[in-house]
Design a protein around this ligand. Structure first.
Ligand code: GLC
Length: 740
């Protein structure tokens, strides 16, 4: 009789796993009981290592002493097996020997730098993005890092904001799926595995909606907009098990996020039942004084702690004030205990109490330092992130047997400028990073002659290099240009009022175009740029973002057709800065324009088209895909039924290729107005040339939900449209009705 044994086994497993679970909770409480108020404040205190800063550094010659006195719970910008081991040894000299947590901005790679997150988002390839985060975690954890301050999941509709490079673009549906993939990638099989790092969903919340796209600026929006557009990726990250959150610099509707109890207590720890801990952004606790929200650091500590900010990054407000605030009854001891419990729990789950040095292994660090598989994965991710914006007259791909290629532009031989913001510089980068020149050289045949001219600098007015570039171009069969932004032109504190090609790069392109030779322009950037003359006059354009360590190889794979570009824009590209904010999921308004000639409609500009340069979801292929009409399983569905939408996709061109088939809906009438389109699904479909395939989507009533004016997440019966296409502005449509 198998049953009794099986039952005993289940009971025993449950008992031990419960015992194991209770053990961590009990172990946390057993430590908490021993702690003084100062030691508790210490766990809530995070310092930067004085050797590298990602914010305004406070000189503090007492750092080492404070670690030994148990006044520091975590450090950021401290990496490397040796350095983290040394610092951990200091922490173990403290009375209770509580180990430090080491946090680091491993946003898109550590030793192997991956494409910037906005570029990866253009791949719409969730598995590849998860793998990218996984590899970053493997390399960072081998270098002593326990915790990455990523994924950044801020939705943004404003490319003037430099940090769009760090996120997943403008759409909450795509952004939520990417948030989940990245959290899973970073955290892997779970805490305690030495290749898993704690994720940190940031910046909570709505930091990407800064007025004017100016970094750190105020954010003011309806709570409905907050819930509908900016919170979904955070909710997805929390549901995916993100270990931590980071609150944001901005004030939201007049209350700084760091001191915002609605965000941190009511939503995150309340409605979403988040069990991890919240770290402030760099100095954001103390910066509430500048906000005019508190009068001094003591009030700042009180406000932030009471609002649910568990750890203070670099403002020293907690360590200097919390004990006194508790004694004065201005912060309850239960508030401090809850924060410390959350922090200690993560340290136990990471196994740091059992072995504080488990991540500081020089041997593992060496193993992961030059991992060839990671470079292969990076090249794969990079080529999947390249967007083909235009390809007239099949200018691309270029034949490997081309006799003479002129490679022109300030990025052709660039190395570190391929890494982008939030990356790391290593001593061997000049050999390790693959430039465009390197990539092309390893791709073309020995008979191909490669000519090079920088042509101009990235950002000055000198045209002295034009003559040489023109000379090279005249000798070539095809001109390949690489222009764009240097790696520090997008990122934190890099908001720009003008997002054109810097310097005289566009003039150089015009000079190349004037030679009459076929010109291919590749644009490196951390954000959507404006380059209308190029877009209107040059036959072929690739958006090559900042693609990381293997950039040149990935670009060569695409240039010569070894990889057929498949990426799609995760953000709208505006015609001018004057159009911003511009995004695909806008409301129709009472006067919707249907063309640029409509004047008294949808607040059209009298001096500019209504439409962007490139739409959300745009991206071409070397082949062409044709979409059949859509067929629906029913024209009417009940809330308990599913709707099946089918269409046939055909590869009608001469290259095998992958298409990202996008599904949008529109709720035609609602108790609040609804966007003209909302992304609700996508499928990446690979077809050999000439092949056709049926593509099917299943919708349920949950796909039709939205936040009404009471912030209820509801659906409403009524008429809907459904769209399927290869870009938000090129779709086939069908209609259906939802009934009770
Ligand atoms: C920075 C950034 C944040 C980063 C933190 C630590 O100011 O806003 O994204 O994680 O400080 O470097």
């Amino acid at each position: 009789m198998k049953r009794p044994i099986l039952t005993i086994a289940i009971v025993a497993t449950t008992f031990f796993s419960q015992a194991q679970k209770k053990t961590i909770d009990q172990r946390v409480d057993s430590v908490l009981k021993l702690m003084t108020l100062e030691e508790k404040a210490g766990q809530m205190n995070q310092y930067n290592g004085p050797w590298a800063a990602t914010g305004p550094l406070t000189n503090d010659d007492k750092l080492i002493d404070q670690i030994k006195e148990g006044k520091v719970g975590s450090m950021l910008n401290a990496t490397g097996a040796v350095r983290t081991r040394d610092l951990q040894q200091l922490a173990l000299q403290s009375r209770l020997k509580i180990p430090l947590l080491f946090g680091q901005d491993v946003v898109h790679g550590y030793r192997t730098i991956f494409p910037i997150p906005l570029a990866e988002a253009a791949s719409w390839n969730l598995e590849a993005m998860e793998r990218s985060a996984r590899i970053a975690a493997i390399e960072a954890s081998a270098a002593g890092v326990h915790w990455t301050f990523a994924p950044m999941v801020d939705i943004s509709r404003d490319p003037r904001w430099g940090r769009v490079m760090e996120g997943a673009g403008e759409d909450p549906f795509l952004g939520s799926l990417i948030a989940k993939a990245r959290v899973k990638g970073f955290q892997g099989k779970g805490f305690g595995n030495t290749d898993a790092v704690m994720a940190c969903a940031k910046h909570f919340a709505a930091y990407g909606a800064a007025i004017g796209g100016r970094d750190y600026n105020s954010v003011d929006m309806s709570l409905r907009q907050l819930w509908e557009t900016y919170l979904p990726p955070f909710k997805a990250a929390a549901e995916a098990g993100a270990a931590t959150f980071m609150n944001s610099f901005n004030d939201l509707n007049g209350i700084p996020a760091t001191g915002n109890g609605y965000l941190q207590r009511e939503i995150l720890k309340g409605k979403w039942n988040f069990k991890g801990f919240v770290v402030s952004d760099w100095g954001s606790v103390g910066e509430m004084i500048n906000h005019g929200f508190v009068k001094d650091n003591k009030e700042a500590a009180m406000s932030a702690a009471n609002a649910g900010s568990d750890m203070d990054m670099e403002s020293r407000a907690y360590i200097q004030n919390l004990p006194q605030l508790v004694k004065e009854g201005k912060v309850k001891l239960t508030v401090v205990d809850d924060a410390v419990r959350r922090i200690l729990k993560k340290k136990f789950e990471m196994g740091l109490f059992d072995d504080p040095f488990k991540y500081s292994s020089e041997e593992r660090e060496k193993q992961q330092w030059n991992n060839a598989d990671h470079l292969k994965a990076e090249r794969d991710m990079a080529k999947k992130s390249i967007v083909l914006l235009k390809n007239d007259r099949q200018t691309l791909p270029i034949s490997k047997q081309t006799k003479t290629i002129a490679l022109i532009g300030p990025f052709i031989k660039a190395k570190s400028d391929n890494l982008g913001f939030w990356s790391y510089d290593w001593p061997d980068d000049s050999a390790r990073i693959v430039s465009v020149w390197d990539g092309v050289k390893s791709k073309v045949g020995t008979d191909t002659k490669m000519l090079y001219a920088k042509g101009c600098n990235i950002n000055d007015t000198s045209t002295a290099g034009f003559a040489e570039a023109i000379e090279m171009a005249k000798q070539a069969d095809v001109i390949v240009m690489n222009v764009g932004e240097a790696r520090d032109m997008s990122g934190e504190a890099k908001s720009k009022s003008s997002i054109r090609l810097p310097g005289v790069q566009e003039d150089l392109i015009k000079a190349m175009q004037a030679t009459g030779k076929p010109v291919v322009v590749m644009i490196n950037a951390g954000r959507p740029l404006i380059f209308n003359w190029v877009a209107d006059n040059v036959p072929a354009i690739l958006y090559t973002w900042w693609l990381g360590t293997e950039a040149g190889n990935a670009i060569a794979d695409v240039l010569f057709g070894d990889y057929n570009p498949s990426a799609k824009l995760p953000m709208t590209f505006p015609l001018t800065e004057g159009q911003i904010p511009i995004y695909y999921n806008y409301y129709n308004t009472g006067r919707p324009a249907t063309s640029d000639s409509d004047r008294f409609y949808r607040s059209a500009y009298i001096d500019l088209s209504l439409y962007p340069k490139y739409a959300f979801g745009h991206g071409l292929s070397y082949t062409s895909f044709s979409y059949s009409d859509i067929t629906l399983s029913n024209s009417t569905i009940k809330s308990t039924e599913k709707l099946i939408a089918k269409m046939t996709l055909t590869n009608a061109g001469n290259f095998d290729g992958e298409e990202t088939v996008q599904l949008y809906i529109r709720d035609l009438f609602g108790s609040v107005v609804r966007p003209v389109k909302e992304l609700k699904g996508f499928q990446k479909v690979f077809l050999k040339k000439g092949e056709s395939k049926e593509v099917m989507f299943t919708l349920t009533v949950d796909d039709l939900r939205f936040y009404n004016d009471k912030l209820q997440y509801i659906y409403e019966p009524g008429d809907f449209k459904l769209f399927i296409g290869g870009s938000s502005d090129k779709t086939k449509e069908a209609g259906f009705k939802l009934v009770k």
